[in-house]
Design a binder for this molecule. Structure first.
Ligand code: FNR
Length: 336
């Protein structure tokens, strides 16, 4: 059942057609016609989870647990190794009680090696034991726990009871000695929710806002008894969730994800408060449509244009880039 569902998520992701909006288009950055910089000196390195990475980009949680996910994770982790960027695996629930299902996760650590960053993934209702096992399987540098009530409620076989999750997270944060990252799956985290998480000790949140991968539509395609198409626009757009969560104290690390496709999305996300950005759907698309080389070309282009934009803003490194001033326009301004 879980194996089939994973495959359907990927197939249905490719079939989705609803065009969401991250509202990153409502962020205006000022052009600098006199950048005192040389493109070749642009430094995109940054520190994440105590390790230096070459770019502020994470290949975010997608899949694992079956033969076809093994191939996807092999390719994605080779990319992560080649570009020296972190990678998060998809939910490891499928591997908890089943040793055979662990290979498609283990390949990620094997490819990335001990110096790189590999992040475990489970849902936020997971037990302490499950979290320990998930971390052990891939020697995870951190664990992502996902919050996905919108997806579960649309999924026919999904969870219906969301009581007690905050307490469960608090307990895990207290008892696990690795960083705990709380993430959404494309519907965004409000400032109020982020504050509750901060108050129980969470120090890294992946906002995963709306405007990219849409799990209401993905689940909706799997059945046709209830039509959820009126909810396809549900969620907090990535730009909004990010700006609001950034109002919390500086020691909260924010990962910007949800609809990150182009270099300009990355730049804007870092400027408005992201410490890192996460990409799932877009890199998966390039991989599935044209294989490893296609996904590699995509990343090369994104990185080249990231440096081009940094020159056009007059910013030599990521720290300087994060300090860029910006203006908010349109719908985003109204919502803030
Ligand atoms: C996901 N995502 C996801 N997230 C998670 O925490 N655990 C998971 O197992 C999965 N599985 C998964 C499968 C597929 C096919 C996709 C496309 C995505 C969600 C992902 O990590 C991210 O939060 C959202 O997809 C939003 O980012 P993008 O896709 O718009 O870049």
């Amino acid at each position: 059942m879980r194996e089939r569902r994973k495959k359907e998520h990927i197939e249905n992701y490719l079939r989705t057609s609803y065009k969401g909006d991250t509202l990153l288009g409502d962020i205006f950055l000022e052009h600098n016609s006199l950048p005192n910089l040389n493109l070749q000196d642009i430094d995109t390195k940054t520190i994440f989870l105590g390790k230096t990475v070459d770019y502020p980009i994470i290949i975010n949680a997608i899949t694992g647990g079956s033969d076809f996910s093994w191939e996807i994770n092999r390719d994605l982790s080779q990319l992560a190794k080649e570009f020296n960027i972190p990678m998060a695996v998809g939910s490891q629930t499928i591997a908890l009680g089943n040793e055979e299902n662990r290979e498609s996760f283990k390949i990620v650590r094997e490819n990335i090696g001990e110096d790189g960053i590999v992040i475990s993934n489970l849902n936020a209702q997971a037990s302490m034991e499950d979290v320990k096992t998930a971390l052990e399987i891939i020697d995870g540098d951190a664990i992502q726990l996902h919050l996905n009530p919108a997806q579960e409620l649309v999924m026919k076989e999904g969870d219906r009871n969301f009581r007690g999750i905050l307490d469960n997270i608090g307990n895990i944060v207290k008892n696990i000695d690795k960083p705990v990252i709380i993430k959404e799956v494309g519907f965004g985290i409000s400032k109020e929710v982020a504050e509750k998480l901060y108050n129980i000790g969470v120090r890294t949140i992946d906002v995963s806002g709306s405007g990219g991968t849409n799990f209401i539509e993905i689940e909706d395609i799997r059945y046709n008894d209830i039509d959820f198409s009126d909810l396809y626009s549900w969620g907090i757009p990535t730009a909004l969730t990010l700006i609001k969560c950034r109002e919390l104290p500086k020691d909260l690390t924010l990962i910007a994800s949800g609809g990150i496709r182009e270099s300009i999305d990355i730049v804007k996300s870092l400027v408005i408060g992201g410490n890192m950005v996460g990409i799932s759907g877009e890199i998966l698309s390039y991989l599935l449509h044209g294989g490893y080389d296609n996904a590699k070309e995509y990343l090369e282009e994104v990185i080249h244009k990231l440096k081009v934009i940094m020159v056009l803003l007059g910013k030599q490194n990521i720290e300087e880039l994060r300090g860029t001033s910006y203006k908010v326009t349109g719908k985003l301004k109204e919502l803030i």
